[in-house]
Design a protein around this ligand. Structure first.
Ligand code: COA
Length: 204
């Protein structure tokens, strides 16, 4: 009777914090090219660090095959009130991405596993709704849609149909606003955080 061999181990999805940061940067260089830092998505996360509990790696035999990172961002909305003052709301969001898979291992399901792991972690942690700049053909399958983002703006060039959000129950999404890093402490009021961000966006 032939020996029954255990199935070949597939890549494991692990917390990204277990992986060497230099390896993650090298993977991102390969997946997105050396110009990746010029992308508008990088302006959304300037000055903040990725969220360890929501970021994952695909690893096999000690090698990094893929990664997904999540970052704290916010939708900054300002508007005039009937009494002539300026009001502001800061709606926290979770920037999901980049999702990157080593070219030699693409189209094998790793991108989907990593994206699902991040979405699952966001939901389990009751973290803010995930948003990203990406291909609707790929991210639509997870529930991402551009419909709620029609009035949103970014501090850099972007294609509107690629600005996507995954709406979550009981987490309303404002119709308008500018997305930026959520560097503000919750102790500071929304208006000063929105103004700080607006002045930084003008400088950039
Ligand atoms: C995009 C990426 C993350 C997908 O991961 P992957 O492991 O290669 O792909 P998966 O095996 O999970 O998914 C394959 C499916 O995605 C589709 N797909 C892959 N890349 C796509 C893209 N850029 N746009 C639309 N669909 C895409 C494939 O056609 C396939 O569709 P199917 O399931 O209907 O057959 C990966 O190819 C990658 O790292 N690309 C370079 C970096 C990048 O563009 N990242 C995304 C922007 S944040």
């Amino acid at each position: 009777m032939p020996a029954v061999l255990p199935p070949a181990p597939g890549p494991a999805i692990l917390p990204l914090a277990l992986v060497d940061r230099a390896a993650v940067e090298a993977l991102l260089d390969v997946a997105f090219g050396p110009d990746r830092h010029k992308r508008t998505a990088y302006r959304l996360r300037a000055g903040v660090d990725w969220i360890a509990a929501l970021s994952f790696a695909a690893v096999r035999d000690g090698g990094l095959l893929g990664s997904v990172q999540c970052w704290p961002v916010a939708l900054y909305s300002t508007g005039d009130t009937p009494d002539g003052t300026t009001d502001a709301t800061v709606t926290p969001l979770t920037l999901l991405g980049p999702v990157a898979v080593d070219p030699a291992h693409q189209a094998g399901g790793l991108g989907k596993r990593l994206t699902r792991a991040a979405i699952h972690a966001v939901i389990e942690a009751h973290a803010p709704p995930p948003m990203l700049i990406g291909d609707p053909g790929y991210y639509g399958r997870f529930g991402f849609t551009a419909l709620p983002t029609a009035g949103w703006d970014l501090p850099g060039p972007f294609e509107r149909h690629r600005l996507l959000v995954l709406p979550l129950p009981d987490m309303p999404l404002p119709a308008t606003g500018m997305i930026g890093p959520d560097v503000g402490s919750h102790a500071r009021n929304a208006l000063s955080r929105a103004r700080d961000f607006a002045s930084r966006a003008r400088i950039a």
